[in-house]
Design a protein around this ligand. Structure first.
Ligand code: SAH
Length: 212
């Protein structure tokens, strides 16, 4: 009796075809159980290459976008990473496998609690999470070797760029419309930021303040 393709294997194939080719990243994405990060109502679609709704009218990102953004960060296990927009914690859990430590900021306390429960269930111990307005970054913990925003900055995220270490990389959706540009900034040794357009993406906007 064959026919039913394992949804996890199918997703890995789709990611590879779409250009996510780093074997280390692919094996991390295969291992982190995305079904743990989606609401029970969407469990059957957990391994689809699609964004899905989570609580507080937010979304868990599309696996391809998570893969592309993670690849763009060029992680080798040694970096201290700041993530703005914990959401479900799915992207965080992947970063935690590929970085030394991940500092993650979420404005909804409710989402953060759920995400922290998932990190605990998975035995992830190198994530530090806080509820605050990530637009300001996490100045007490700066500098960071990598910064990733999983919500859209209306314009160049200057407050975050100042928290980047020399040689560091920041990946963020930038724009105030429904479609944003995914940009990669690199802080050169001479203090100049190089800016690269990676692709077009659709993220929920960075909102001010915090919420319970
Ligand atoms: N990477 C997450 C994506 C979540 S969606 C995942 O895959 O699940 C983006 C998240 O950014 C939302 O949870 C939203 O609440 C959060 N966010 C928006 N503005 C924010 C801000 N100013 N500070 C921190 N988090 C913010």
């Amino acid at each position: 009796m064959s026919g039913a393709v394992d949804p996890r294997a199918r997703l890995m194939l789709q990611l590879r075809k779409a250009g996510i080719t780093d074997p280390t990243l692919l094996s991390v994405m295969e291992r982190i159980p995305r079904d743990l990060f989606v609401d029970a109502a969407f469990a059957a679609r957990a391994w689809d290459d699609a964004p899905l709704p989570i609580a507080e009218a937010q979304t868990i990102s599309q696996p391809f976008v998570v893969g592309a953004m993670t690849a763009a960060l060029e992680l080798d296990g040694r970096q201290k990473v700041l993530e703005i927009g914990t959401g479900s914690g799915y992207q965080t859990a992947i970063l935690a496998q590929l970085a030394r430590r991940v500092y993650t900021v979420e404005r909804y306390r409710s989402l953060l609690r759920l995400a922290q429960g998932r990190f605990e269930a998975l035995g992830i111990t190198n994530v530090v999470a806080t509820c605050s307005d990530g637009g300001a970054g996490w100045p007490q913990q700066a500098p960071f070797e990598r910064i990733i925003m999983t919500c859209a900055a209306p314009e160049r995220p200057d407050a975050l760029l100042t928290q980047l270490a020399p040689g560091g990389v920041l990946v963020a959706p930038v724009g105030s419309g429904p479609v944003q540009e995914l940009l990669r900034y690199r802080l050169r040794a001479d203090g100049v930021f190089e800016e690269e357009h990676l692709m077009d993406v659709r993220f929920v906007p960075l909102l001010p303040g915090t919420s319970s």
